[in-house]
Design a protein around this ligand. Structure first.
Ligand code: NAP
Length: 427
């Protein structure tokens, strides 16, 4: 694990920096923010090796990369800038899956402006790709860069994709191009957390989103949960949805809330909506089954669920995804096993899943350790007896309780948004 300098931490985590300025982030949590990533992905030069102009150009490349948010998956977000003699000549970003890569966009922009990229520097948020292969839509960027006359390439992160992972850098160096990596590496990890998680863990990035009262309840005892948080928090949730490939809830949440799980309070396209419903027992009247884009509603059920019901749902235009669910010792189904559920979602190109509840689902993901980030909206209400956010497992001691890393807090309306990351022990 790489420990970056304090300067790198500041530029890598602008939200944390704001918190620090507001006095809301402790030194310990700021440090863990730097430590949260589970592998050394900078692979590169010390921070001092980069000029102020280098930093400016790479920052620009990052803001360009974000323009592709919600549209590039399963590809990463990438931005690129071409500059020479302190002047930006062209810029680009990966706009959507299957489209031109950021490097090509940026180099094309230079040519379109009637300029030549010869002797320039190319700033890329991610290592340029260097392979052709099955399912790849674009030619290798390294060949394009080599042919363009670029003299130096700066990258934030090495691409962990097994077909790249340092090979892109080597291909450029073999052609005599200077390569410097590691500029804003932490920021790059944050930008492409879903892409990196998939490359490292072979499953989608899982973010658990909980709206709870101060005393940890997600609904009243009768199941009523509307609304624990105010509109400003719900807008933020819609933004999160727009950035996720899929949202996921349990059958109990659909029965209690009848949610649409669409993006209405923010800009962005609707993600896939996955519901875990082993026995296909949702009522026909559930809103999720009648939305205009209902093919995006994905009912995940046990492989031996009622075949007729499966067909009826498919005839309605809803997607049904059966997964093999082993019975528990009593012979009855024990809920869908989450690893195969996530594998089935991966096979459909899903790289990030926003888990929206309820208690049973939050508890299972936490218990099985199949999560990466926890985002808890804490509302200034006290419920007393109610439905807790998680239950069904118990840490023996406080020391053995699940401990989050890289925690941060942000105020949204009257809520506190508390976020933290899974601390993996396998690195
Ligand atoms: N405030 C919030 O953030 C929030 C968010 C969402 C929901 N809620 C509230 O939470 C309550 C619902 O929670 P809930 O626990 O009753 O329902 P839930 O967690 O939404 O759904 C649980 C159901 O999902 C199915 N399931 C399939 N695989 C599972 C697995 N591996 N682990 C767990 N469940 C699995 C099971 O039904 P089958 O066995 O039939 O498949 C299970 O009964 C409602 O009151 C709702 O309003 C609050």
């Amino acid at each position: 694990m790489k420990q970056s300098s304090a300067a790198a931490a500041e530029s890598a985590f602008p939200a944390f920096d704001r918190e620090r300025q507001n006095g809301m982030l402790t030194a310990a949590s700021a440090e863990s923010a730097v430590l949260r990533h589970d592998s050394d992905n900078s692979g590169g030069a010390a921070e001092g090796a980069f000029s102020a102009f280098d930093r400016q150009c790479m920052k620009r490349a990052f803001s360009l990369a974000r323009r592709g948010e919600g549209r590039t998956s399963p590809n990463p977000l990438v931005g690129a800038v071409v500059a020479r003699d302190g002047r930006i000549l062209g810029e680009g970003w990966h706009r959507s899956y299957g489209g031109k890569h950021a490097e090509r966009e940026a180099l094309d922009a230079v040519l379109a402006a009637g300029l030549s990229p010869a002797g320039s520097d190319l700033y890329c948020t991610l290592e340029p790709c260097c392979f052709t292969g099955h399912g790849k839509h674009q030619p290798p960027c390294t060949e394009l860069i080599v042919g363009s006359g670029v003299r130096r390439v700066l990258i934030a992160n090495r691409d962990p994709h097994p077909a790249v992972n340092g090979e892109g850098v080597r291909a450029l160096q073999a052609a005599g191009i200077a390569v410097q990596s590691g500029l804003f590496a932490e920021k790059g990890e944050e930008l492409n957390e879903a892409f990196f998680a998939f490359q490292r863990r072979g499953r989608p990035f899982v973010q658990l989103k909980i709206a709870q009262t101060l005393d940890g309840k997600i609904a009243a005892l009768n199941g009523n949960a509307r609304w624990i948080t105010d509109e400003s928090a719900r807008e933020e949730v819609h933004r999160l949805r727009g950035r996720s490939d899929a949202v996921l809830v349990g059958r109990g949440t659909v029965l209690a809330d009848d949610p649409e799980l669409t993006v209405r309070l923010a800009k962005g396209r609707n993600p896939v909506r996955a519901v875990l419903d082993s026995r296909l027992s949702l009522p026909d009247s559930a809103k999720l089954l009648s939305l205009p884009d209902k093919e995006k509603t994905l009912i995940v059920c046990a492989a031996d669920a009622d075949a007729e019901r499966m067909q009826r749902l498919r005839d309605r235009g809803v997607t049904v995804l059966p997964v093999a669910a082993p019975p528990d010792s009593s012979g009855s189904p024990a809920g869908l096993p989450l690893a195969p559920v996530l594998a089935a979602l991966s096979e459909r190109g899903i790289r990030s899943v926003l888990v929206e509840g309820g208690r049973g689902i939050f508890s299972s993901f936490l218990k099985e350790g199949l999560w990466d980030k926890l985002s808890v909206f804490i509302a200034p209400r006290i419920m007393g007896d109610g439905i807790p956010a998680v239950s069904g497992f118990a840490a023996e001691t406080v020391q053995k309780a699940i401990r989050l890393g890289a925690v941060s807090t942000r105020r949204i309306g009257d809520q506190l948004l508390f976020e933290g990351f899974h601390v993996y022990r396998d690195h």
